[in-house]
Structures are given as C-alpha cells and as structure tokens.
Design a binder for this molecule. Structure first.
Ligand SMILES: CC[C@H](C(=O)O)C(=O)SCCNC(=O)CCNC(=O)[C@H](O)C(C)(C)COP(=O)(O)OP(=O)(O)OC[C@H]1O[C@@H](n2cnc3c(N)ncnc32)[C@H](O)[C@@H]1OP(=O)(O)O
Length: 256
C-alpha cells in the first residue's frame, strides 16, 4: 500500500512523486505529510541541488485537493485548517534555497496548478492541460496559488484570465502566456536533464543567493500575509452552498 507519494535523490536531483494515479494524483493529508518530509529532507541534506515534483503515470500531474476526503469539510473553520496546512507547506516549498521544478507529466488542475505555480519553473508535457479550475467549484485558489501567480511575472491580464476563466489551457497556450517555461515531448526525465544541464555547472551557493534575492522581495511585498488572506477568502467561499453543491455533483457524477 503506497503512502501516496515517494521521493528519491539521484545525482543532486531530489524528485518528489505524487503517487495516487487512481485519484489522478489528488492531494490528501498523507501526501501533505510527504511534502513535510521532503522539505525537511532538503534542509538536512546539502547534497540536494534541485527539487522536482511530478506525478505517477501520464494521465495527471495532480488533480488538486482530494474531493472524496475534503468534502467532509463543510465550515470555513474546517476548510481553513486544511487550506492553511497546505499553504504553509507550499510557502516553505517556494522559499527553499534550491531551484524547484514542476515536471508536469499530465493534467494539473485546481490545487495541482497551485503547486506548480509555487515552483520556480514549470516544464509541461505537450499533451498536458493545466488550469485553475477552482472557480468551477465556486471557490478561489486556497493554497497560495493565486498569490504566487501574480508574482510569476505573467502580464497581469494573462494571469487574471487564467484564474477567472477557471478552465484548462493546452500546453502551448501555457507557454505563450508565460506560465510554462518549456513544453516537452517524450520522456519527462530527458526534458528535465536538458533543462538543468547548464544550471548543474553553477555552484549551489549561487543558486541559493538568487533564491534569497527573490525571497527578500517577497518578504518586502508581504507575500506571506497575502497568502494567508487568500486562504481566508477561500475558506469563506468554501462553506457557501454553491461550493458544497459543486463538490457533491462531482462526487455523485463519479459514483456512476
Ligand atoms: C485549494 C485547492 C482546492 C482544494 O480542494 O483544496 C482544489 O484543488 S479545488 C479543485 C479540486 N479538483 C477538481 O475539481 C478536479 C476533479 N477532477 C477532474 O476534473 C478530473 O478527474 C480530471 C480532469 C483531473 C481528470 O479527468 P479524467 O477523465 O482523466 O479522470 P476521471 O475524472 O475519470 O477521474 C478518475 C478517478 O479519479 C478521481 N478523481 C479525480 N480527481 C479527483 C480529486 N480531485 N479528488 C478525488 N478524486 C478525484 C475520480 O473521482 C475518478 O475516480 P473513480 O473512482 O475512478 O470514479
């Protein structure tokens, strides 16, 4: 029985894999515990030069929060507890002293898009589609993904459109609007190695210093507080009838 994730360090590359293909790699509490473990691993192993996140299989990178588990959360307070837990983990992830790379092997929706946006780089498989579909469930992003998106340098109208469309975009469009840095064909691992080839030649201390530059900017811009406000907004929407009904519709559709 899998824990729902696994991670392995090979030649300085630490790869965290979400391993719940039967749920399109949805995030539940066990996988959140995996995020905790892998973040702690980075802080205690200076051999790690790059942190990569990907998903098992070729159907999905991550389908966001596990609706079959999180549908039991019906109040703003209950939602906030789960959302805050993942938002904290993603903030620690985003502020790690190594380059972080989302190796998007398949569909990334909802919180899956938020996780990818919390990474420094996004490499997207040519057949993958990604989207902040939270709006179809009558909520906003709630793990910090909307706040990170406005920090990633996309033209404002393109970033906002991604959120308010609440739909998936094909890989090429994700590249054209500046969310994806690479679109790749074939083996994800090959695309990753090509992407980090030049970075490997640079001292880790230089990477750490550049990450610290961005983290200082985020601290001056009150990023962490803005993420907490995003969580609060999502929590309030979470307990409203439109969200609760949308989740029930998804679950009853899939109970066929
Ligand atoms: C703040 C973040 C926020 C949160 O919840 O905390 C969110 O992430 S909101 C967004 C939540 N996620 C979704 O609404 C996505 C739901 N899933 C889908 O839209 C599709 O499954 C998709 C597009 C990811 C893949 O479609 P595909 O046709 O390839 O697969 P199926 O829909 O047939 O799904 C296969 C199987 O997986 C189960 N599944 C998929 N996603 C989830 C999920 N997020 N939570 C729980 N279970 C999920 C689905 O029910 C099917 O199960 P089965 O028992 O085989 O019917």
């Amino acid at each position: 029985m899998t824990k729902g994730y696994f991670f392995e360090e090979v030649d300085g590359v630490l790869t965290f894999t979400i391993d719940r293909p039967e749920r399109r790699n949805a995030i539940n509490d066990d996988v959140m515990d995996g995020f905790r473990e892998v973040i702690d691993y980075v802080h205690t192993h200076d051999t790690v030069r790059f942190l990569v996140i990907t998903g098992t299989g070729d159907r999905a990178f991550c389908s966001g929060g596990d609706l079959s588990e999180f549908h039991t959360l019906t109040t703003a307070e209950q939602a906030s507890s789960m959302l805050s837990k993942m938002a904290e983990l993603l903030y620690e992830w985003a502020t790690l002293p190594v380059p972080t790379i989302a190796l998007i092997n398949g569909t990334a929706v909802g919180g899956g898009c938020e996780i990818a946006t919390a990474c420094d780089f996004r490499l997207v498989a040519a057949e993958a589609k990604c989207g902040f579909i939270q709006g179809t469930l009558a909520i906003t992003t709630g793990w910090g993904g909307g706040t990170y998106l406005f920090e990633r340098g996309l033209r404002h109208d393109r970033a906002l459109k991604m959120l308010v469309d609440a739909k998936t975009y094909p890989a090429q469009q994700l590249y054209d609007i500046g969310w994806a840095m690479r679109v790749f064909e074939g083996e994800p691992r090959n695309a990753l190695e090509e992407f980090i080839e030049d970075m490997r030649k640079v001292e880790p201390g230089v990477h750490k210093a550049y990450k610290e530059m961005e983290i200082r900017k985020w601290k001056n811009a009150g990023l962490y507080t803005r993420i907490q406000q995003e969580v609060a907004t999502c929590s309030l929407l979470w307990e409203q009838e439109p969200h609760l009904a949308a989740v029930d519709r998804f679950l009853s559709k899939n109970k066929k």
